[in-house]
Write a protein that binds this ligand. Structure first.
Ligand code: NAD
Length: 407
């Protein structure tokens, strides 16, 4: 019986467990470790932050996925691992030993060292943080009632990457809820997105990106581009624009400052020298193992997978995490049953990339075609359902009621 330890119950880790339970039943003992006893859809965190979806719609118990006869779940925090000794240390449990390890510890919010960001901006990198944002917004609306200070009605999003754009869209959808709470007109809720780059959504063609930007602007969101945030203070951000002699400084104030300037892989991965990680991401071999340690896999947001043509690593998405999870389960099953790794390396084929701006507006690209509006929105929901399906099977899709969004 081979011992497989899987660290992290995100898309990648849970996918490995789900598939391996089917593929190597009776030949494997799996131990899954996560600090939470639930899985959440990281792709929908912005909806919880805005309050357009409750946390229960984007999360489900790990117990729903694991088969207790094969898999043991340990709810604890991983504190490190020793790839030579083949052990994993945990905060509140004895160390675990393994035959094979799967490191899938996911992502954290990245501040890039911007002064005050950690202290005064709200990160949105896990379910608790997303819930805290919604709670904060409602609290600020209550404060407005007492003070009539318009800064309480202002929502500032720092960074207009995929996450910032999608968040701005759902915050616009949430305006009515916030306004009702504050006793004002929805148009009085101001949403401002501050972004360093001048070319937004670089993963899309200029035309499609412009379309997306216009959709966001059409929702009454103010987009400040070319503004590099330098400092966050309580209720205030300071940014610089332009270069050299032309450089100017600007500020904006508001009581809700949300930080979406990017993510990095788990600090545990960053801290382990053997993984040679940058921003918490390590480049795996073409079989998704750690270089020099072929009994340890590294997948999901802690892996920087290079495309065959080189250049920059693939962006970290749920889709690629699920692809990696599936491949690792196949590779492990092959090793356990036949004693060898798969001949084929990991290859990633994207289903497409779609950004949603609120519940019904979206734009994106799939299989060489660009999509806008309702079609893109439906495509996005299909990809989300496909993700849920790939992790948890049809039961999860039905239980979490994603289908009720098709109307
Ligand atoms: P990102 O790195 O894609 O975007 C962060 C943005 O913040 C960038 O535009 C950057 O210029 C800006 N920024 C950074 N520092 C700044 C500063 N000091 N001042 C102002 N702006 C600053 O990060 P993300 O949006 O969190 O996305 C993380 C990953 O998740 C990406 O790989 C993304 O593709 C993926 N993602 C995918 C989807 C989807 O497929 N629908 C949705 C969300 C996220």
């Amino acid at each position: 019986m081979k011992k497989v330890v899987v660290l992290g119950a995100g898309y990648a880790g849970l996918k490995v467990v789900h598939e391996l339970q089917k593929r190597a039943n009776g030949q494997v003992e799996i131990t899954l470790v996560d600090k939470n006893n639930y899985h959440y859809e990281a792709t929908a965190l912005h909806e919880v932050a805005a309050g357009t979806l409750p946390p229960s719609k984007i999360s489900y118990p790990v117990a729903d996925i694991i088969k207790p006869a094969v898999t043991t779940f340990i709810q604890d925090e991983v504190t490190g691992f020793d790839l030579d000794d083949k052990t994993v240390s945990l905060k509140n449990h004895d160390a675990l030993s393994y035959d094979y390890l799967v490191i899938a510890l996911g992502f954290v919010s990245e501040t890039f060292g911007v002064e005050g960001a950690e202290e005064y901006a709200l990160p949105m990198a896990n379910l608790e943080q997303a819930e805290a944002i919604h709670t904060h917004i409602l609290k600020m609306m209550d404060e407005y009632k007492k003070t009539q200070d318009p800064d309480y009605l202002k929502l500032i999003v720092c960074g207009a990457g995929f996450t910032g754009i999608e968040l701005a869209g759902v915050l616009a959808d949430g305006r009515k809820e916030y306004a009702d709470r504050a006793g004002v007109n929805p148009s009085q809720i101001k949403i401002e997105v501050v972004e360093a780059s001048t070319r937004l959504l670089p993963m899309f063609s200029e035309k499609l990106a412009n379309y997306g930007v216009n959709v966001v602007k059409g929702l009454g969101v103010e987009l400040v581009t070319g503004a590099r945030i330098q400092k966050v203070e309580p209720d205030k951000i300071t940014y610089t624009m332009g270069k050299d002699e032309e450089e100017t400084t600007g500020t904006t104030t508001g009581k809700t400052i949300i930080w979406t300037t990017g993510v990095s892989g788990s600090p545990i991965v960053q801290a382990d020298e053997a993984l040679k990680a940058r921003r918490g991401r390590s480049i795996p071999t073409d079989h998704l193992t750690v270089e020099g340690h072929d009994d340890a896999y590294i997948i999901g947001d802690v892996a920087a997978v290079m495309p065959p043509e080189g250049g920059r690593p693939y962006p970290t998405t749920a889709q690629i995490a699920l692809g990696m999870g599936k491949y690792v389960a196949e590779d492990l099953a092959n090793r356990i049953k036949n004693g060898s790794q798969l001949a084929k390396p990991f290859v990633y084929k994207s289903l497409g990339t779609v950004a949603s701006v609120g519940n019904t507006r979206a734009f994106g690209e799939a299989m060489g075609h660009e999509y806008r509006g309702y079609v893109a929105s439906a495509l996005k929901k299909m990809i989300a359902n496909e993700s849920l399906y790939r992790v948890g099977g049809a039961g999860q899709v039905l239980r979490n009621g994603r289908f009720d969004l098709y109307h």
